[in-house]
Design a protein around this ligand. Structure first.
Ligand SMILES: Cc1ncc(COP(=O)(O)O)c(C=O)c1O
Length: 346
């Protein structure tokens, strides 16, 4: 990811909700990421307390109490947050005025849903937060520009990565159309005489399309660093760097082994996890809260106590289940690395 983006105009702003570790965030910064992205205020607090200075919270932070926390945090780092509502922008402005800080605001754009100006819904693309037209985006930007202690920094949108589409080229084309909508909002804001520094979007599956879309300045890719089976289907160029190790605890039938890790240790929210080693005839067929069922074919006998490495289908909903990473190099354990922002979802 870093090598791909290094010669491009468009920079990486690594999404750290994937690993929730300031140590890994620092590695990404050292590798060329221009700053970091967080999903939650609590995550941003952990990253700022570790000394990271350039942080985008790619999410709406709502309510006066949270606005106050945001305003306080902005004293310690260059903090930017997504907004899609003038009332929310006013709350943040008022909290920052009280705190004596400045919070950067980034207009959040829903690029995929149908907008009020007749823009089509883009099938298979994420339809979540954000303003849904260039007019709404530029109006909000003008409102922000009038408020004290907040500064308009740009626009962001999350299209959800490449869509599940049997026609890969069509998937890329839908993604490009979504990203072009984001650039149109940015242009509309500039047409109102306001500066747009950041046009932020993209993911570990859409980064190539995003980097080649004129006007995009940064990509919020995250999963590429550890990977999961969902992202691997789209971006096999990134190796798996994380797996959960589970033990065989029971062999109820000749073709079945039961492991001692389940949904409390490995997420199943993007489908069943997979065995890291592709041993023919052996596959995961069921995930319970505390158990995994493995079907074993002829010649794949397992024994109680055997250890298997399992790759999750979704990485962020797996890392949040663990206190530590066991960091290994060439099979040797080097350290236990805390998942420091685990549980910091408030
Ligand atoms: C707002 C936002 N940006 C970026 C990403 C990163 O995407 P990926 O994990 O595919 O790199 C996500 C992931 O859910 C996201 O919600």
């Amino acid at each position: 990811m870093h090598d791909f983006l290094a010669p491009k105009k468009c920079k990486l702003r690594a999404h750290t909700k994937i690993h929730k570790s300031p140590f890994l965030a620092y590695k990404q910064l050292a590798g060329g990421s221009s700053g970091i992205t967080c999903a939650k205020l609590g995550e941003a607090e952990v990253m700022a307390q570790a000394g990271i200075s350039d942080i985008l919270i790619a999410n709406e932070i709502i309510g006066k109490h949270k606005a106050q926390r945001l305003a306080n945090l902005a004293k310690y780092c260059d903090l930017k947050v997504a907004v899609d509502d003038p009332g929310n922008a006013r709350d943040i402005s008022s909290a920052a005025s009280t705190a004596g800080s400045e919070v950067g605001l980034v207009v959040d754009v829903n690029m995929s849903g149908g907008g009020p100006t007749g823009e089509k819904k883009l099938e298979g693309m994420l339809n979540r937060c954000g303003v849904s037209s260039a007019e709404m985006g530029s109006e909000l930007a003008v409102e922000i520009s009038k408020l004290p202690n907040v500064r308009l920094r740009g626009v962001m949108g999350y299209e959800g990565g490449l869509p599940e589409n049997p026609d890969a080229e069509e998937g890329k084309s839908l993604t490009r159309q979504a990203l072009e909508r984001l650039v149109r909002v940015s242009n509309a804001i500039e047409d109102r005489g306001l500066a747009v520094e950041l046009v932020s979007c993209g993911s570990s599956t859409s980064y190539k399309v995003a980097a080649d879309t004129p006007g995009i300045t940064e990509i919020q890719a995250g999963s590429y660093i550890l990977m999961d089976t969902y992202h691997h289907r789209f971006s096999p160029e990134f190796d798996y760097a994380l797996w959960v190790v589970a033990q065989v605890i029971s062999l109820p039938k000749p073709d079945r082994a039961i492991l001692d890790a389940g949904g409390t240790a490995i997420s199943g929210d993007a489908g069943l996890p997979e065995l890291r080693a592709k041993t023919s005839g052996m596959k995961i067929v069921e995930l319970n809260a505390e158990h995994i069922h493995v079907e074993t074919g002829p010649g794949t006998a397992l024994h109680r106590g055997d250890r298997l490495e399992i790759v999750p289908s979704n990485i962020d909903t797996t890392t949040c289940l663990h206190d530590n990473y066991v960091v290994t190099r060439k099979g040797e354990v080097e350290m236990l690395l805390p998942v420091a922002a685990r549980g910091k979802f408030q």
